[in-house]
Design a protein around this ligand. Sequence first.
Ligand code: MLT
Length: 270
Amino acid sequence: MGRGVARVRGIEVAYDDAGGGEAFVLLHGFPFDRSMWGEQSEVLSASCRVIAPDLRGLGETPLGDGGAATMDEMAEDLAALLDALRVERAVLGGLSMGGYVAFEFFRRFPRRVRALVLADTRPQADTDEGRRTREENAQKVLRDGMRPLVDSTLPKLLSASTREGSPDVVERVRSMMLAARPEGAAAALRGMATRRDQTELLPRIDVPTLILVGAEDTITPPSDSEAMAANIKGARLVRVEGAAHLSNVERPGEFNRALVDFVGGLSKVD
Ligand code: MLT
């Protein structure tokens, strides 16, 4: 797998680039980084070119002088990264916050999206209470660092069976979250708080769409995914049993099977 850095829009965007053929972009959630896609890159790169960037402010990608990490900024960063990599059109997959960015990217650049994968995400904007909690959390990470947020959030991200039966997964997720820089995490929290409601975009999605959700996800629950599937023409919905919010990390085998099936089906609908 190649690691790259592209200077776009005033920042150095770090990304992984593996395999060849049709481009498949993977966008991570919050407060994670591109390493969360390790198992998916390995499997998909047998048949696709897999590009996984660190989103602005997270992983190895800096926040930039403006200090903002909105979904709009991240979608524009991705378009510029794809330009730099000479990729015109890609299958676009995002988990949770990565899904919010994927919606925004589709809104702005629909012709650049070959197909969509929406994992453990939702189209709705935050409620007023949700926005207040984001701001409290942003202030908390800037004041106290990542640890208190990680301690309070981690149990909700993973299913009981992952927490009890897969200590390696728990530690992997914990260390990825602890490695986030507070300034970047706070900016992403504020960016998510101001994101657009994308509900009315759903009926306009006219590309093949795969929706995945952990059966025990309480952050973006299966009911949100069912509603998305009902509003996106032809969308396929896969429930990942035994997983909560980080379904790709918790149950990579099932998650990858659904991805590989979906990608295989795309060549037949060309
Ligand atoms: C994520 O995993 O990206 C976050 O849970 C998204 C959110 O907080 O809305």
